[in-house]
Design a protein around this ligand. Structure first.
Ligand SMILES: [Fe+2]
Length: 247
């Protein structure tokens, strides 16, 4: 929004005074306070700076762009890379267990393919670390610890050789895929924002593979596994209905 569009009836000095006050110092009535909203976007902040004369100098701008150490966003980005690097390595151990526990050849094959992809995902992350001038390093990811633990519980609690086990394992694996999709999706966007073009392309390649795997698992489940799992045993409510009819 342009300066002239903000509030043409309000004198600039008054508006500027309002802008100087943050929500913490606001003791006015709610009507008066309406114009005292704290800037919620970068453009709002720019408007406030021009109103208050608090324009950032060139020197300040440069120091904002070139901090002495790692920027806050850069640190977060690096931490998330470590998180997903750890997660991918955990998956190298977990996927073979899912493959072994699966009932159908289709699902076993899907896990075998995804294991090979996961090895590539690890290599790609190592390349990203290298491009950033960092040593590849993992940081314990509580989410993947929980998701892989849940998958192990599902294996224990479902009958070996049953289609129900495959239906259940697919859901467990998709929870992992969705976690990875969220992480890679976010990292791709942050890399674009930070103008790390090569890194965003590398991460995007992995993101697309994770999305393909998720869709493939859905296709397998909906293609035949869920239906066959349904036919495997009778529902308790049908048994009850049958008993009522029999009585
Ligand atoms: Fe992956």
């Amino acid at each position: 929004m342009k300066q002239s569009e903000t509030d043409s009836n309000t004198p600039i000095s008054e508006e500027a005074n309002k802008a100087k006050q943050g929500p913490m110092t606001d003791t006015k009535s709610s009507n008066e306070a309406k114009g005292d909203e704290w800037p919620s976007s970068a453009s709002d902040l720019k408007n406030v700076r021009s109103l208050t004369g608090n324009q950032t100098s060139e020197e300040e701008k440069n120091s904002e762009k070139k901090p002495a150490g790692e920027s806050l966003l850069e640190k977060f980005f690096n931490d998330q890379l470590k998180d997903i690097y750890y997660a991918e390595q955990q998956l190298l151990k977990a996927i073979p267990k899912l493959e072994e526990a699966a009932t159908t050849e289709e699902l076993k094959e899907a896990f075998s393919d995804h294991l090979h992809q996961t090895q590539k995902h690890v290599k790609r992350l190592e390349k990203v670390f290298k491009l950033l001038g960092k040593k590849p390093e993992g940081k314990k990811c509580e989410a993947i610890e929980g998701l892989t633990k849940e998958a192990e519980t599902i294996i224990k609690e479902t009958k070996e050789g049953s289609m129900t086990r495959d239906a259940a394992i697919i859901i467990a694996a998709q929870k992992v895929e969705h976690y990875e999709i969220a992480t890679y999706g976010g990292l791709v966007q942050l890399a674009i924002t930070m103008e790390l073009d090569e890194i965003s392309d590398i991460l995007d390649t992995t993101l697309m593979e994770e999305e393909d795997t998720d869709l493939q698992l859905t296709d397998i489940a909906e293609g035949f596994i869920n239906i066959e799992a349904q036919d495997e045993t009778n529902y308790s409510w049908l048994q009850e209905k049958g008993q009522e009819e029999f009585a």
